[in-house]
Design a protein around this ligand. Structure first.
Ligand code: DGL
Length: 275
């Protein structure tokens, strides 16, 4: 039985929504969580740039003992997942794809809204998901500029966050949407605010439990489960402020851990001591 860690990465705190589900399902596993907060948000960036960040982060996690990589970021999955699978053929990857399939099955109005970053909509991945799963259901794309930054600031329910959500979701409801796909891992943290604003007029599809199931499946398939009954450790790595990342993790998902600061040095990553 393997003893490596599950490596999870995102541009920031969004992937913590995935970490929480993985931890619930696989509590004995050690986890390395990498947040590239020096570069958040990824969404408005060039795909090539996000691919380069993703490759360097993946290499860093594998060098640090990751036995499987969870790309807990829709933007990075759209920009890099195929490339990473080719580049690191010995490592299993779990990636995010917009949950259009369950949404299309759920919607009664046959109109589904997808909330994601601009880069996620640009990728071939989104196009292929719509082609494979929309089946006569209208899929309406919506970006929410500024929302990822508000969530990074721990503003989950303040006036600015509420204004962004209202501004972007009301037109979807007016267009007949009854089902919303959260295709950015930051967004599950504002589900309570969405519910507060729109009550039962919307079904919200959060893919994070399915991602945790897929992670478990891949560990089993590759015989990579950790052979232990005690809970695993969580290490939080940030390219900006690792202490602040741990504080956010405790606040958002109630999971403490050790902090590690790494700095970008051109295109490579170097571990630092945080003061
Ligand atoms: N959490 C990310 C995603 O799922 C990235 C958001 C961003 O950095 O713009 O797309």
């Amino acid at each position: 039985m393997a003893q490596g860690s599950i490596g999870i990465f995102d541009s920031g705190v969004g992937g913590l929504s995935i970490l929480a589900q993985i931890r619930r399902r696989l509590p004995e596993e050690n986890i390395l969580y990498f947040a590239d907060q020096a570069h958040v948000p990824y969404g408005p960036r060039d795909m090539q740039e996000v691919r380069e960040f993703s490759e360097t982060i993946t290499q860093y996690l594998i060098d640090g003992g990751a036995k499987i990589i969870v790309v807990a970021c829709n933007t990075a999955s759209a920009a890099a997942l195929h490339y990473l699978r080719r580049k690191f053929p010995d490592t299993p990857f779990v990636g995010m794809e917009p949950a259009v399939r369950p949404a299309a099955r759920t919607s009664k109005s046959l109109k589904v809204g997808v909330l994601a970053t601009p880069a996620t909509f640009q990728g071939a991945l989104f196009e292929s998901v719509v082609e494979r799963f929309a089946h006569g259901v209208d899929v309406i794309e919506q970006t929410l500029p500024g929302l990822v930054e508000r969530i990074e600031e721990n503003d989950l329910n303040g006036p600015q966050t509420r204004a962004i959500l209202k501004d972007k979701i009301v037109p979807l409801i007016d267009a007949g949407v009854d089902t919303l796909v959260l295709a950015c891992t930051h967004y599950p943290f504002v589900i309570p605010t969405i519910e507060d604003l729109f009550g039962s007029s919307l079904v919200v599809i959060d893919p994070s439990p399915a991602i945790a199931r897929q992670t478990e499946r891949l560990l089993d398939e590759n015989e990579l489960r950790r052979d232990a009954s005690a809970p695993g450790d969580v290490t939080y790595i940030s390219t900006d402020d690792a202490y602040a990342l741990v504080t956010m993790a405790v606040h958002l998902i109630n999971t403490d851990g050790t902090s590690v600061l790494v700095n970008w040095d051109g295109r490579s990553l170097r571990q630092k001591k945080q003061n």
